[in-house]
Design a protein around this ligand. Structure first.
Ligand SMILES: [Zn+2]
Length: 485
């Protein structure tokens, strides 16, 4: 199957995309997109009603079953994202972030209304399958894409939203539609369903190599061996190898091998390039293995900011989660066990990102019904994270110089003490910063630029999202910005 799909010509992908976009697929995957509202408590008590959905006999006849690439394969991921991009060109950008060691593309679908490269909105990031065998983590991200796109223009306002087709099979849920439109208007959502396509390939094809790790030939013998590969979620540079052989391993044959150097792997580097360019305000990294939400930092003997708004926001997220279909309630935890070199801690330390890790299932889904039930249960993880940022209390702003040019400045909040030399800076291209705040209050914002005296501004945050634009007195030399993906 794999080899067969490798030789497809570009025009054939159009057929693949068309097959994936059939009403059949919409009905299978999009028909229940209203369940999350009940799960978040906003519509608690309302039975999941199908009122407003097309009656079954109104749907077009199912297309003949297409022979498509296997679910979760690199070809399937690409065809799925390409199909959504073609159907929602004004809401999406399909971006190749990089290439895996074995040559598979790392795809992102960036989502937002009239999204542009180097967009000015706050970025938020959803990723799956750092560990390629955790296939349900891919579903979690694909599902978020589907909710955002299929609900973007449904309902009465669909006609006004030029270029976006209504999705007639969706369950009617105007409240969720409004939330989706707000996210599309106010955020740039970066969805990366498969960070480790080589691992997913190994998991799907029963090769000797574990699907947990990437495709590095760690013993250099030119073959894929059982022990090859790097654990990408031990390869990020913050506190890489900090715990010695406890939180990751220096031994290439280990399941938890952290790689030869911090950020050594092309997949890790691709994610880091994205983050360096976009400075995500929030992120969720989806995994499987147990049922939990992890708030940073995950490492023992690394001190969280005080107060730790990431924990408080984590509590808010967990409060919206129902019982997991595999029979375990979600809990908020700092760690499952102490690990170093994770993406979550890297985002948190480097950018101040409200970076959560969601362990979304105890094991693979036993059937399609359980798969859908798990995916529905996970929806509030990203929905409530987005809402909490937009609802506040939170603070957004820009730092510019006297000439109005964006400035790369360190922006810290005096009342939120940090203890690990965090230097959270503005985004290069537009000088923007975004912070979740633990509570309403008066905050002192400290802006530091090399060669200039520090500047302090006091801001009163009652509720909602406060805005603070800071203009520095002089001119500041321009900085070369990372390339926007
Ligand atoms: Zn994992």
């Amino acid at each position: 199957m794999y080899k067969q799909w490798m030789v497809l010509r570009p025009w054939m992908w159009i057929l693949v995309a068309a097959a994936l976009a059939t009403p059949d697929r919409l009905r299978a995957e999009g028909a229940d997109l209203g369940v999350a509202a009940a799960a978040t408590g906003r519509d608690a008590g309302a039975a999941p009603s199908d009122a407003g959905a097309a009656p079954p006999d109104a749907a077009p006849a199912a297309a003949p079953k297409a022979q498509g690439p296997a679910r979760y394969s690199s070809e399937w991921t690409e065809a799925t994202l390409r199909s959504y991009h073609e159907r929602y060109p004004k809401l999406t950008r399909l971006v190749r972030l990089g290439t895996s060691l074995e040559g598979r593309p790392l795809w992102a679908l960036a989502i937002g209304r009239h999204l542009r490269r180097a967009d000015r909105r706050p970025a938020v990031l959803l990723n799956g399958a750092h560990h390629g065998l955790e296939l349900l983590s891919i579903d979690a991200v694909i599902d978020a894409i589907e909710v955002l796109l299929l609900r973007s223009g449904s309902g009465a306002a669909a006609g006004a939203d030029a270029g976006v087709e209504p999705a007639p099979t969706l369950r009617r849920d105007p409240a969720l539609d409004r939330r989706v439109r707000r996210w599309l208007d106010e955020l740039a959502v970066w969805a990366v369903p498969v960070v480790n396509p080589d691992g997913a390939w190994a998991a799907l094809n029963g090769t000797p190599r574990t699907g947990r790790k990437n495709g590095r030939d760690t013993d250099g013998n030119g073959r894929i061996d059982l022990t090859d590969g790097v654990d990408l979620n031990r390869n990020y540079p913050f506190k890489w190898g900090f715990l010695g052989e406890v939180g990751s391993s220096s031994k290439p044959q280990s399941y938890y091998y952290r790689g030869a150097a911090p950020g050594s792997e092309p997949e890790t580097q691709a994610m880091m390039r994205l983050a360096e360019s976009e400075h995500p305000a929030a992120s969720v990294s989806y995994h499987t293995g147990t049922v939990a939400v992890l708030a940073p930092y995950t490492i023992d003997n690394v001190q969280d900011p005080t107060p730790n708004e990431a924990w408080l926001v984590g509590e808010y997220v967990v409060a919206g989660l129902g019982m997991h279909p595999q029979g375990k309630p979600f809990t908020l935890r700092r760690k499952i066990y102490s690990v170093d070199g994770t993406d979550q801690d890297y985002y948190r330390h480097r950018f101040g990102t409200l970076a959560l890790l969601v362990e979304g299932a105890r094991r693979d889904a036993k059937d399609e019904a359980e798969r859908l039930a798990i995916v529905h249960t996970l929806r509030p993880t990203w929905m409530r994270l987005f809402d909490r940022f937009l609802d506040g209390p939170s603070l957004s702003g820009h730092v510019r110089d006297a000439a109005g040019k964006p400035v790369v400045a360190t922006v810290m909040i005096a009342e939120l003490a940090t203890h690990e030399n965090e230097t959270w800076s503005t985004r290069c291209r537009d000088g923007r910063f975004d912070r979740y705040l633990p509570a309403p209050g008066t905050y002192t914002v400290r802006v530091m630029v090399p060669g200039q005296p520090p500047l302090e501004k006091s801001v009163e945050v009652t509720e909602g999202r406060a805005q603070l634009d800071i203009v520095l007195p002089g001119a500041v030399a321009a900085t070369r910005c990372p390339e926007s993906p």
